[in-house]
Design a protein around this ligand. Structure first.
Ligand code: IMP
Ligand code: MG
Length: 182
């Protein structure tokens, strides 16, 4: 698995340090308020776990899943809700925890769906931001790292469902992924 990695983009220690910084900011911003973290499956799982361990304050967690990518490397632009939340968001302070913002379509869809549930507030925390690929405008409130336009794997992120368990964010060797049809 490691031999499929062209280079390590963000190492374990940098992930840990930045996650702690984000948690510090979130703790300050939500001081004295209720907080629900929504993890977008499956890519955000590692980030969620590390982030919530640093957030030593009362909070609730729930999970949802969307699909847009299949086994390809480019967003189809079509997003589907494949697993919904168990809890109501009405009147809650909701923070969506995402792995990566690429075109922005997934988060645009998600925030539209979640707004309809009348949360008291709705913010987004994304570990990675591939800013130069943005196609639609989404406000990301907390960003871990802005990264270049390369296909990354590890720390939750997959290619064809593999590589999620790498403890770092790495660039997949380009010869290993099928270029999507333009
Ligand atoms: P968007 O809808 O184009 O913003 O795509 C967001 C989703 O695509 C993310 O939640 C990821 O699941 C996936 N994705 C985008 N870029 C990458 C990448 O470089 N590696 C792995 N998954 C990615
Ligand atoms: Mg994702």
């Amino acid at each position: 698995m490691q031999e499929d990695v062209a280079k390590i983009l963000i190492g374990h220690e940098d992930l840990r340090r930045r996650t702690a910084e984000l948690a510090g900011q979130i703790k300050t911003d939500y001081e004295g308020q209720d907080l629900v973290l929504i993890c977008v499956l499956k890519g955000a799982v590692m980030f969620l776990v590390d982030l919530m361990k640093e957030l030593q304050r009362p909070l609730e967690v729930d999970f949802m899943a969307v699909s847009s990518y299949g086994a390809s490397t480019r967003s189809s632009g079509v997003v589907r809700l494949t697993k919904d939340l168990d809890m109501s968001l009405e009147g809650r302070n909701v923070l969506v925890v995402e792995d990566i913002v690429d075109s922005g379509r997934t988060l645009q869809y998600l925030t539209n769906v979640l707004k309809l549930r009348q949360p008291a507030s709705l913010r987004i925390c994304a570990l990675l931001d591939k800013r130069e690929r943005r196609e639609v405008n989404v406000a990301v409130d907390y960003v871990g790292f802005v990264i270049p336009n390369e296909f990354v794997i590890g720390y939750g992120l997959d290619y064809g469902e593999v590589y999620r368990n790498l403890p770092f964010v790495g660039v997949l060797k380009p010869e290993l992924y099928k270029m999507p049809d333009a």
